[in-house]
Design a protein around this ligand. Structure first.
Ligand code: PAF
Length: 285
């Protein structure tokens, strides 16, 4: 595995592969890699000749008072894991290299980035769109793999690819969960043992929401069940629960697919989770 830190070096390495007609798969990450990330790398490995994984904690997607400074970083551990997944290139740019002081232009996510995560974290999806656009332009992959865990990010990035005419296929990998249901997240390392137990309320609320929807056929009932469970759960402060259309993140349409989404604080840690309901009549994605 080659570790590259500079854009020009990465471009020249990739040029050789492109000339040889090899396909390139990109997995953008912020490091602190866990089994969820590795499942993305495996998908890229399966579908591409050359696998590039970027590890970059992107300051532009963190708001004031968020955890940019203390976000978990483990470069050595990440590189070991990437090597184990037969990654070809690990791209580890510095912040100064990605965002030179004289850079002024960014990419705006638009209205889809203003709801839910975007409402709670203003500018977050603009930061995601800016860094992902840069990575797409630098790597020019055939395929990019993202995780369904960040469902609104997926919806935003589908718009990005569509609206800015990137000729890049998006592959969305399912959420990887612990046996007890907790969705894997780099932020889980912040949780104490007690908080980790409390965090199970998120995945449980999604299951209860799904059950309520299956009983009633009413997305509002699903929202009510999720919200009630989280209000009653100890140590959890709800940010939002909703049943939305997975593509627009607006209210789900009758007969269309439904995505149950939840965000909550457990202690100071903000966690998100989601569950796609595929309707029996084929309305699901
Ligand atoms: O999902 C993430 O880890 C980040 O938002 C991404 C896509 C790597 C952009 O920084």
């Amino acid at each position: 595995m080659r570790v590259v830190r500079l854009v020009d070096e990465l471009r020249s390495v990739l040029d050789e592969h492109l000339t040889a007609g090899l396909s390139v798969g990109l997995v953008p990450t912020m490091g602190a890699l866990h089994a969820g990330h590795l499942s993305l790398v495996r998908r890229a490995r399966h579908a591409s000749d050359i696998v590039v994984v970027s590890v970059f904690v992107n300051p532009k997607q963190f708001g004031e008072g968020e955890d940019y400074e203390r976000y978990p970083r483990d470069t050595e551990g990440d590189l070991e894991l990437l090597e184990g997944e037969r990654t070809d290139i690990a791209f580890l740019p510095s912040v100064e290299h990605m965002y030179p002081p004289d850079a002024t232009v960014g990419v705006a996510a638009g209205s889809i980035g203003d709801r839910f995560e975007g409402a709670d974290r203003p500018g977050h999806f603009d930061g995601v769109c800016t860094v992902v656009t840069k990575l797409f332009n630098i790597v020019e992959p055939d395929l990019a793999v993202f995780g369904q865990k960040d469902a609104q990010q997926v919806a935003v990035l589908k718009r990005l690819v569509n609206d800015l005419d990137f000729a890049i296929g998006l592959d969305i990998a399912p959420i990887v969960r612990e046996p007890d249901g907790l969705a894997l997240s780099s932020r889980n390392v912040y949780l104490t043992l007690e908080q980790r137990e409390q965090a199970l309320a998120l995945s449980r609320s999604l299951e209860l929401g799904r059950d309520a929807f299956e009983r009633s056929g009413d997305p509002r009932e699903a929202e009510r069940a999720m919200s009630e469970h989280l209000q009653d759960a100890g140590g959890v402060e709800v940010a939002y629960t909703a049943a939305v259309d997975p593509n627009s993140f607006e209210a789900s349409q009758p007969g269309g697919p439904i995505l149950l989404i939840v965000a909550a604080y457990v202690g100071h840690t903000r966690l998100i989770d989601n569950l796609l309901i595929v309707r029996a009549n084929g309305g699901g994605d």
